[in-house]
Design a binder for this molecule. Structure first.
Ligand code: UDP
Length: 235
């Protein structure tokens, strides 16, 4: 296996499946199957999940809601998704822990890095909920932050597209996909991999990011085996 410890970032929107809102149980079960294939190989797995399928702070603010209030609501949305994913993983026999950046001790452990490390060493899948615990941040930033903290080998960003392209492939037929691109070139070419805060944190800490299509069966495992699918952003 190419990686020993991964930080998998899933967007909240991905959990909607074919729905317009919320959580699609079928999609959740598919993701659990994909994660299980990697877990069975002995890879240590931490997961950060978004909340965009339920609530986004910016969307609330655009309709007149206080941004900070909205962001906390968004963070709570990530906990709902984290609990759903936790349930789906445990249904398939994996051991998990949910740790949250905002305390809610009846349902999750508070985030404690050393404890997260220990869970991972014991083969438990650790889901980090409530983002960074701060408004004005994103779950991409939370993913990189936690990834750096727990010394993950890579951030695997599972999306609906299969990588980073030179232009929008839906609008430009000459767009080409990068198998590999450096952090510097992403900036030079103005490509969109993650928001600036998340991207800079990853670059400064030399933590590679792989963007890949999470909806294609077997992809997550292939990446962990070192197959060249998706786009790797590295130094
Ligand atoms: N959020 C936040 N701080 C964080 C992470 C998330 O305030 O550290 C809020 C923010 O309002 C965001 C929402 O939670 O809009 C959902 O997260 P995100 O949009 O990153 O989820 P995704 O797009 O990956 O589903």
């Amino acid at each position: 296996m190419k990686y020993k410890r991964i930080l998998l970032k899933l967007s909240g929107e991905a959990l909607m499946g074919e729905q317009q809102y919320g959580i699609d149980p079928a999609r959740l079960a598919e993701y659990a199957d994909e994660i299980k294939k990697v877990h069975e190989k002995g890879i240590e797995i931490a997961i950060v999940i978004g909340g965009g399928n339920i609530f986004r702070g910016v969307a609330g603010a655009s309709k007149g809601m206080d941004r900070v209030q909205g962001d906390y609501m968004g963070m709570l949305a990530t906990v709902i998704n984290g609990m759903a994913l936790q349930g789906a993983l445990e249904d398939k026999g994996m051991k998990t822990r949910l740790q949250t950046a905002l305390k809610m001790e009846s349902i999750a452990e508070p985030y404690i890095k050393r404890r997260a490390d220990r869970h991972l060493e014991k083969g438990r899948i650790v889901i980090f909920g409530a983002g960074t615990g701060n408004p004005y941040f994103t779950t991409d930033t939370a993913a990189v932050l936690r990834g750096v903290e727990i010394n993950a080998d890579v951030i695997l960003k599972g999306t609906r597209v299969d990588g980073v392209y030179s232009a929008d492939p839906e609008k430009d037929s000459s767009a080409v996909k990068f198998n590999y691109i450096s952090f510097d070139d992403v900036l030079k070419k103005g490509l969109n991999v993650m928001d600036t805060t998340a991207f800079t944190l990853s670059q400064e800490n030399k933590l590679p990011i792989v963007i890949f299509d999470m909806n294609k069966q077997g992809n997550l495992l292939k990446i962990c085996e070192g197959k060249n699918i998706g786009t790797e952003v590295n130094i």
